[in-house]
Ligand binder design. Sequence first.
Ligand code: G16
Length: 544
Amino acid sequence: MKPITVITKPFPGQKPGTSGLRKKVVEFQQPHYLENFVQSIFNSIGPCDGHTLVIGGDGRFYNRETIQIIIRMAAANGFSRLLVGQGGILSTPAASCVIRKYQAFGGIVLSASHNPGGPSEDFGIKYNAANGGPAPEKMTNEMYQQSQNIQEYFSVESEDIDLDSLGKRQIGDTKIEIIDPVIDYADLMESKFDFPAIAGLFAGGKFRMCFDAMHAVTGPYAREILENRLGASKGTVVNAIPLTDFGGGHPDPNQVHAKELVSRLKGQNALDFGAASDGDGDRNMVLGKDCYINPCDSLAILAANAKLIPGYSGGIVGIARSMPTSRAADRVAASLGIECYETPTGWKFFGNLLDAGKITLCGEESFGTGSDHVREKDGLWAVLFWLNLIAVKQLPVATIVSDHWAQYGRDYFTRHDYEGVNSDSAHQMIDRLRQSLDELPGQEFAGLRVDSADDFSYHDPVDHSEATKQGIRVYFNNGGRVVFRLSGTGTEGATLRVYCDCYEDSPTRLAQDPQEALAVLIKAADQVAGIKQSTGRMAPDVIT
Ligand code: G16
């Protein structure tokens, strides 16, 4: 092993977004590009001497090559122990679990989440801190600063490490352990949920479900937990083999990209339960027979029923949701007499609240739900929570959902995404909205009057940091709310997200199609922002 120092120059734009640095694979493949960012991570968290680092990814194209580079650089930067998922695999929640369990210094997770994979698609890299959670903004800002001033990086000359067989390897003084990526996570799940009760659901063969792993990272996890430990029939998990290009699909668990699964939950021979997870296993979509559960409702329903689940039987101390997420969870929190925190989009904003013991559950409209068991959102955890709930209640999913609405009312919610729009026009549109905030109250759009409007800022109650410009909120006189923001995870142009939600408690109006229930609000949103004129699009690309 020979240490090497490589002279380099900064690349512009190595600024982590909502969740790490996401770019096209070809951008990462430029000489020194990846190495610069990895060294910037180490410079901002260092000194690294004597510490343990966890490394893994979602298996997408360029995962393995990147892991070899990171192993060499981690050895050169003084880490004494590296825990690497076998085959280079670790789902995002499993990485969080492993970091916490082995008290690592932190971890590097390679993923562009739900974005497609392959030589001309997306890649990503993110750092998770010692609590197992995404690096907070202070840390990612420091990484960016480092990347803009970098002059050299450190590596070693050594052979590639065998990533496929479990066991110990060594480069110089650095010990490398190739670990089973599933077992620690599966054990953690078993400690939280009533596995015998869930196994009972599957035992009679009457309860039928399908889990679509979308050829992404959760396949091995779902097979071990659902089929091996809980006894679901073989074949319950479909698209279970992680592929570098996700089989050419889009590993985004929503009704558009998991169409086949959705169709199996409809009609005469419909399954009782369906679920899907994304590229790196932190998102979830859950479905019942003829029933789609909006992630905002899912968070509220899990919170309302948490006491029925062994891992949460002592009750929950608080809930948090991202600002654009509907206010369904707030109603549950109010009835439980606990706090519901409203944070900016991004799981990293939940970390402090979880660490400080202020919340137990948290979630986002973007198919993310989680708890204090790790510091990431967790797709399979949400699926198991639902299965446990169904096993306890012995009711169809649709009944659990409608019972919830009957008790709390329903927060209709939809998100309209305009993808790959011209970045300048999108920013100009948001700037225009920002400048018009004072004039909006009192104005009418599509027959609705604006009550108030603002640009969301967050004051973290734990470390007192401020996050500003986190989304434009417009509140209307019918109780409806529209939020406009630009995505921080896209890699092409800009993605405009428009979130609409409105509360309804009339028992006769709880079962509408959200697009119909929110039709006027959607129209008002278009008029307030001039979406069609600014984007040149007549309709959104994705509706969730
Ligand atoms: C990431 C973040 C989430 C966020 C989502 C969408 O999820 O971890 O907190 O809600 O992106 O963010 P944006 O609206 O900025 O695109 P993931 O699953 O992509 O890592």
